[in-house]
Ligand binder design. Structure first.
Ligand SMILES: [Fe+2]
Length: 345
């Protein structure tokens, strides 16, 4: 009679697997399902960060952290599902930056892509590659890869804005480079809007506009202009009115691996749930409502932030009045890798 060990199918012997491991080899057959899951499975559940909970910490950060002592005074939104890693949802971080009157967040540049969305930043400006970009309500400012940038609060009041970046993606690729600027270089701050003027008029560009940069040549997207577009847009297939911020030369996403959208939800209008392989962070820019993401449902109001981890059906509904969301995503990275899939429920 064969022993139990002899009855095992070849290759399932624990000693054999150990011997393979000792030789720096893994058997595909005992981990095939782990290595090739039948569908994506986000490790993070959706999470909501409420502005009412963040705001007191913003005040404490200003009191305790002098801007001259740090690279940036930002509070990063973290999902504990990532085990202590500084991640909001896959590939992305969201944050809020706080500057007191006169604060300057020193110049630097890096290969990760970042954006600022002005929630309460009137009187502040971001300088990007020698262009001064004012931060009026709802304005989006790009800080594309390897563009020099710094922030200044020229107003007499505290300002805050929402930041997002693809730091976790670039860290996973181990492709970040970082260069500090000179914090004492006054000429960095003494600039006007410069070539940003070339990109202010929608639908019109100079005949010889360069096509070289991998990112949008326009860094400043007006909140007022986006609100006008959202008011004119018809509802999309999911029932929401959604606009994409694009590179005005190519019509593609604003940056190679970071993508931005604005969405208007009509009061009381249900939205058809959809899911996609990419990840999203949503900032509530106006109004109140409720979202369902996967098995979770939650309410939100102005300046709350929530995540939509990949391959979860998501839908949103505005209460009391229309509501607006600003959405930052890694969608363009999935498009470029031909890994973007979307479906409706
Ligand atoms: Fe930066």
């Amino acid at each position: 009679m064969p022993t139990d060990a002899q009855r095992k199918p070849p290759g399932r012997d624990a000693d054999f697997v150990e011997q393979l491991a000792a030789a720096n080899l893994h058997p595909l057959w005992d981990r095939f399902r782990t290595l090739t899951p039948v569908r994506p499975q986000a490790k993070d559940p959706p999470l909501v960060w409420r502005w009412a909970d963040i705001e007191p910490f913003a005040g404490r950060a200003v009191a305790q952290v002098p801007i001259d002592d740090v690279e940036r005074r930002a509070l990063i939104l973290v999902n504990p599902a990532f085990g202590g890693e500084t991640v909001t949802t896959n590939h992305l971080i969201g944050a809020f930056t706080i500057l007191d009157p006169g604060d300057r967040a020193r110049p630097h540049r890096h290969t990760f892509a970042a954006i600022r969305f002005a929630t309460n930043a009137e009187g502040a400006a971001t300088i990007v590659n020698g262009r001064r970009c004012e931060m009026r309500e709802g304005d989006l400012i790009l800080t594309p890869p390897m563009c020099w940038h710094g922030h200044i609060n020229d107003s007499d009041r505290r300002v805050t804005w929402f930041d997002a970046a693809n730091i976790p993606l670039i860290r996973a690729l181990d492709a970040n480079f970082f260069e500090p600027g000179d914090p004492s270089a006054n000429e960095f701050w003494q600039v006007e809007d410069g070539e940003e003027k070339l990109w202010r008029e929608a639908g019109m560009i100079g005949m010889d506009a360069p096509r070289l940069p991998a990112h949008s040549p326009k860094y400043h997207y007006s909140g007022a202009a986006m609100r006008r577009l959202l008011a004119a847009l018809p509802p999309g297939r999911d029932g929401a009115r959604t606009a994409r911020y694009v590179n005005p030369v190519t019509g593609d996403a604003v940056m190679p691996a970071l993508d931005c959208y604005a969405m208007r939800l009509t009061k009381g209008q249900p939205m058809r749930p959809r899911r996609t392989t990419c990840n999203m962070i949503c900032l509530v820019t106006r109004g109140k409502g409720r979202s369902s993401v996967g098995e979770h449902s939650f309410d939100w109001s102005q300046h709350d932030v929530f995540s939509i981890p990949h391959w979860n059906f998501a839908s949103h509904q505005a209460h009391e009045a229309d509501a607006d969301l600003f959405i930052v995503s890694d969608r363009v990275a999935y498009e470029r890798l031909d890994l973007l899939r979307e479906e409706f429920q």
